[in-house]
Design a protein. Sequence first.
Length: 193
Amino acid sequence: MDSWDIGSLAYLGLLGAVLVFWLIVHNRQALGRTLQQAAGWVLIFLAVIAVVGLWDDIRRTALPGRAAVATEGRIEVPRSPDGHFYLTLLVNDAPVQFMIDTGASAVVLRPDDAARTGIDTADLAFTGRANTANGAIRTAPVRLAKVSLGPIEDRNLRAWVNEGAMDQSLLGMSYLERWGRIEIAGQHLVLER
């Protein structure tokens, strides 16, 4: 904080103190009711700040990714408010949410997603290395028996389990190249077979 910010903060603090003093002096007879109303307004103000600050998380929780529109051989995925495309696939009959990453050469599972799909993560051999934006990480190769996206099913898909922390499993090119056409059209990612 520079001196201008400190001065502004001191001014706002003084102004707030004068306002509180005026309210107490002005409403001496009904001080309890005035304090209740002030507390109510403070709580409303804090609730609005919390909702604004957490809006993306609330929307992601309440609307966990708009559903992809599937027709025969075609999937349309709407762009998420954060600018990425997300898909929930059934991996070995367990739902896993992926972020579509055309910069990733393979499908990469978070350890907890891998465990949910039936992969024993305790027995994995992390012999591979992957270069990420955060540096090199160790990976373990796995085979996914069944991967389903709507009516489209793939079998025996090679993937990797990431040893490091990731926010989201990644749906990389080893899966995307199975589609005949990949296109970003406006606010949708279109996959066609």
